[in-house]
Design a binder for this molecule. Structure first.
Ligand code: WTA
Length: 637
């Protein structure tokens, strides 16, 4: 019997045990019974973490859009696939059926082909949360082009870096974006980026806000007229199981963002399987994930996972605060949402607004609440449980990463008993390990350390685009024969996992991963800056916020400091995006350094968190005297 739909705890344990003792048989059954293959695989899994190399379903042939769209047409053709809720609540929602989605994806795919895009070409998608974003992703997959979606909140510089790293031939963008009461000049940002991207031969522009924009002759074209003449039939490109499906960038501790490469078959099987179970999706449910498709959560759990299950997936263009903080609940009521998946930062922001607005809405359709992106604190967990779930909807605190492709540790709602702030148990097929600092696995319960995964799962990213060495160094070299997550975790007395947060220099601000190095690079570009160090500190709503310690070439008048602060944040905004702006900037005469010249961030983190009672041993520093100085001037910041 296949364990595609887990219905009780006994079945979870059975499936889990089988997935560990006979992983190949287990995944062979899941993949055989629930997907459409043009050709079955020759082997289920081949792997070697020392290279590292992972191959799932070798030799299989398929197209993921046949699985997400075509195969549902006979039974679910008239069912809503994508339910689009616009930024402006006065604008009508759109119910895009599977039939219509099929036509729109095929038309778009034919346009891509006419523009010369072929299997393996990279297409960058810089589009707000409108249906065309999902459609362009699927259109790429239809013809075997590799999509690289860049979140539409990123700056021109960040966009150009990503376009060039993946050597994209085409950019798909929009004339602008709505964001609450504001509009964003997306095309203007794209134009600026493209000045640095000679490889982009064509740009397709979606009309959304009717803005006056610049169209560059010979490069830019409006999408709509091209679609009119395109056929709504497009034979899918038959892909190999391990052909790349997409690249998605994520921040690293150091250097350039990493273009994580996900391949076709394993990603499809795992995102579909986790979607079905982590949300207990059943046929008439309306599922809503509030993430943006610019992030992995949107790729896996707005687009591919839900559509592979024939689900109705909501896409929301706007923000939780527009026109007021009741908007999420308005949407839940209006569309009778059954599963609601969001981030702790959104929960905290909404909790701050009290419960009056919530009381106006009927939330009785909700059955499952999800949380993702960062550890959910106890207070937020209870608020979510009490006021949104009314203590009857289990909270799925799902831990995973861009690199893992799908949910890794999570309760299965109505199956796994939940516990506040715990992601609870590994999903089926996932074998976590908690490691100590010396690389020894901590066996048994009541242990805490670094979180690794010791066995491959189908949707693990296969490499970093163009830099396999970095992939190996980042994820497979700290611990022998293990994938290292970058997170800390503990296992409690019953074997439940709690994620304790990043143990590297990635800081999660409002659920967005930010690496410290690119932000420091941006700051250091300011002519007045000598050196800088960024750390995270606790923030009520954002979870973590950024604290920058900056030394100036010439400390000068402190009356200039406010002006400098503004300029520095503007630089960060230009280079990376507004999400990376610093909440606090402290100018200091020096930074604490080890004798080898490394900045001691551990100390800076403690000062930023106002936790200076126990700074540990600072005697080994090159300049121990600077610590007291920073503490004293921190009080004034
Ligand atoms: C963090 C998002 C605690 C974690 C899907 C991870 C979490 C990083 C949780 C990946 C959770 C994600 N509890 N921490 N439920 N979910 N994280 O790549 O630090 O944007 O490594 O993927 O977010 O973020 P990413």
């Amino acid at each position: 019997m296949s364990h595609y739909h887990i219905k009780d705890l006994e079945q979870y344990y059975q499936a889990y045990r089988k997935s560990v003792s006979d992983p190949e048989i287990f995944w062979d059954e899941i993949a055989s019974d629930h997907f459409l293959w043009r050709k079955k695989w020759d082997s289920v899994l081949e792997w070697d973490f020392s290279k590292p190399e992972v191959t799932w379903f070798k030799g299989a042939k398929l197209n993921i859009t046949e699985n997400c769209i075509d195969r549902h047409l006979t039974t679910l053709g008239d069912k809503t696939a994508i339910l689009f809720e616009p930024n402006n609540p006065e604008e009508a929602a759109q119910h895009i059926t599977y039939k219509e989605l099929s036509q729109r994806v095929n038309k778009f795919a034919n346009v891509l082909k006419q523009q010369g895009i072929k299997k393996g070409d990279r297409v960058c998608i810089y589009v707000p949360m409108i249906p065309e974003l999902a459609i362009s992703v699927l259109a790429c997959a239809r013809i075997g082009a590799i999509h690289s979606v860049v979140f539409a909140g990123f700056s021109a510089a960040a966009l150009s870096t990503r376009i060039n790293d993946a050597d994209c031939k085409m950019l798909i963008t929009a004339d602008g974006a709505y964001r609450g009461a504001k509009t964003i000049d997306l095309k203007g940002i794209a134009d600026q980026a493209l000045e640095l991207c000679p490889g982009v031969a064509s740009v397709l522009v979606i009309k959304r806000i009717d803005a006056e924009i610049n169209m560059k002759q010979g490069r830019d074209q409006w999408l709509a007229p091209l679609l009119v003449n395109a056929s709504d039939q497009c034979v899918p490109e038959i892909m190999d199981a391990e052909d790349p499906l997409f690249i998605l960038y994520t921040s690293g501790s150091t250097g350039m963002p990493k273009g994580m490469v996900h391949t076709t078959a394993g990603y499809m099987v795992y995102t579909a399987y986790t979607f079905k179970n982590a949300f207990q999706y059943t046929e008439d449910d309306v599922y809503w994930c509030t993430a943006d498709i610019g992030w992995i959560t949107g790729h896996s759990y707005i687009v591919y996972g839900p559509l592979a299950n024939g689900a109705t997936t909501v896409m929301f263009e706007g923000v939780p605060s527009y026109p007021d903080y009741g908007r999420f609940w308005d949407i839940v009521q209006k569309h009778k949402v059954s599963q609601f998946y969001t981030a702790p930062t959104a929960i905290r922001a909404l909790a701050k607004e009290g419960t009056d607005l919530i009381d106006h809405y009927d939330l009785s359709s909700l059955k499952v609440l999800g949380s993702v992106g960062e550890p959910i604190n106890e207070e937020a967990w209870h608020w979510y449980n009490d006021h949104i779930g009314k203590k009857k909807s289990p909270i799925v605190d799902s831990w995973w990463q861009t690199e893992t492709g799908g949910i890794m540790i999570t309760p299965i709602p109505y199956v796994t008993p939940t516990k506040p702030t715990y992601a609870t148990l590994p999903f089926i097929g996932i074998q976590p390990a908690i490691m100590d600092e010396n690389g020894k696995e901590l066996i048994g319960n009541r242990v805490e350390g670094r979180l690794c995964i010791k066995y491959p799962w189908p949707s693990i990213a296969r490499t970093i685009w163009g830099n396999h060495q970095r992939y190996k160094e980042t994820y497979f070299s700290l611990f022998d024969n293990m994938y290292f997550t970058g997170d800390g975790a503990l296992r409690d007395e019953v074997g439940y996992y709690r994620i304790t947060g990043r143990v590297d220099d990635v800081i999660i601000v409002s659920g967005h991963n930010l690496g410290t190095a690119p932000i420091e690079d941006a700051i250091n570009e300011h002519p007045a800056v000598a050196e800088s160090a960024i750390v995270g500190f606790p923030h009520d709503i954002k979870g973590s916020a950024l604290y920058g310690y900056i030394t100036l070439k010439d400390n000068g008048e402190s009356s200039h400091h406010d002006k400098l602060r503004k300029e520095i944040n503007q630089l960060i905004s230009d280079r990376i995006g507004p999400i990376a702006k610093l909440d606090k900037i402290q100018f200091t005469d020096g930074l604490p350094k080890t004798r080898s010249g490394k900045i001691m961030r551990r100390i800076l983190r403690k000062i930023a968190s106002n936790d200076t009672a126990n700074l540990g041993d600072i005697s080994t520093l090159l300049n121990p005297e600077i610590v007291q100085e920073i503490i004293s001037s921190a009080l004034e910041t």
